[in-house]
Write a protein that binds this ligand. Sequence first.
Ligand code: AMP
Length: 557
Amino acid sequence: MALTFREFAEFCDSIEKISSTLEMTAKIAGFLRKIEDDRDLCDVVLFLNGRIYPPWDEREVGVGIGLVYEALKLATGAEKAKIENLLRETGDLGKAAEMLVRKRKQLTLFQVELTIRKVREIFDIMSSLTGEGSQKRKVRLLADLYVSSTPVEARYLTRLVLGEMRLGVGEGIMRDAIAKAWGVSSELVERAYMITNDFGKVAVVVKDMGKEGLEKLKIQLHIPVKMMLAQVAEDVDSAVREMGEVAVEWKFDGTRVQIHWGDGKVTIFSRRLENVTRALPEVVSEVKKAVKEGVILDGEAVAMKEGRPMPFQQILRRFRRKHDVGKMLEKVPIKVYLFDVLFANGEETIDLPMSERRTILESLIGKSEIVLLAEQKITKSVEDIEDIYHQALNAGHEGVMMKNPKSPYIPGKRGKHWLKLKPVMENLDLVVVGGEWGEGKRSHVISSYELACLDEHGRFLRVGKVATGFTDEELEELTELFKSLIEYQEGKKVRFKPYYVFEVAYQEIQKSPKYDSGYALRFPRFVRLRDDKSIDEADTIERIARLYEVQFRSKKV
Ligand code: AMP
């Protein structure tokens, strides 16, 4: 029997308030278990996660808040202002839609019952619409769904098209629920998910073919595999001790790509498994020319100009661009450094040791200016690794990756087979150029200090103020010290002759027009007075820019 959308929505409502993960998992397992139809099961699993398509699928329904407003207006007659009021009251457009549909319901006599299948069909139509008139048609289609909805269906329909189910069903809960529903281990479900990135498919396989079905699931061309990740290396010595031999590569300053090349086409996925093929046409054609067909490759795309990596934001700009890519090709030229292979010659290679994968990888790539093999050196020598590390930094890259040559490729895993080594975020030493007298019981001390870094000419560029991290005693002492350096005072503000250096910790560096350095420190905290350092030894704007880049990258997901 086909599952109705109403049953689905009522189930969502029944789990929405559950806070216990175990209880939630058990309820979902019970619900999934009862679904007979494969397609319904696949959709319910996606929908519960707030998805209409798996993350790597390029299709999208393309419904934003504005379109929901229009559809609601068409279906219930509610004006924008009214919807906005409800939204303000409830903080949830889903609830607002529910209220509007509830009111209208009293007037409606007939209603077509919505099934999961029907909703799926409408979504697929919506995502296929492009060009002129497509918005109007989407509004019409969504309005039709609202007309057939009960209030609770309207709530979840709205949340679903906006991609926000607010159920708290994350990937971990879904994995465990699927495992529990059909009595298989969570690890097996996890592995299947890592190579398909589609819980809907995983659920269908385990329902129809059980444990064996899951075990037989294989990597497929043009469906992305979760990428293997690296842990932070403690130091080079311990990496060598642990791995014996280490495969060392540069840690390129770019962004991850997984390239699928087979059945006559190339598909490229980002680290978040988004399909970025359209943004990289030159990589697509070069892969077709220079790489043997039937492969899945792992690598780093780097924006390179005059032999050096461009700032990290540039490559992100390239990746975001889907239309008018042409101009960007010249502005932000890309090279791809390939360092692994997941599939070749019709077979998975992930379970082979890295040294064997490397041999295969080398046999696949021909001569090219754009698609290159990342150099790798196998060594036991700490000095060798340190040399490569410095070469990488000198070339403008991030550091090195140290990989265990015996290790398999473990999708989605941040394990110790891959260790990354890069300069860490350190405290900054900054010149104190100004300050401000305190208030209340601190009015007799200078309680905040203005900090600056140096530019290449030794000029001071301000990066912010520090007002925390001092003890009262320190403030007294510092005030004594700085009083003699006051050059100028206006109200409570003072300017100092630059003389002292503070070491400060901070949470992050931000870009900011507020200070003449163009950067600002977030949550700066006084660590100590560096009276061992003269002002010309303070940190430079160049270093701050680099640290900004590094932290920006470490936040990428
Ligand atoms: P992180 O982003 O700091 O966690 O470092 C891991 C990332 O480094 C990977 O996701 C890649 O995008 C990137 N990377 C750069 N060079 C390499 C390399 N030779 N091997 C593996 N990953 C690399």
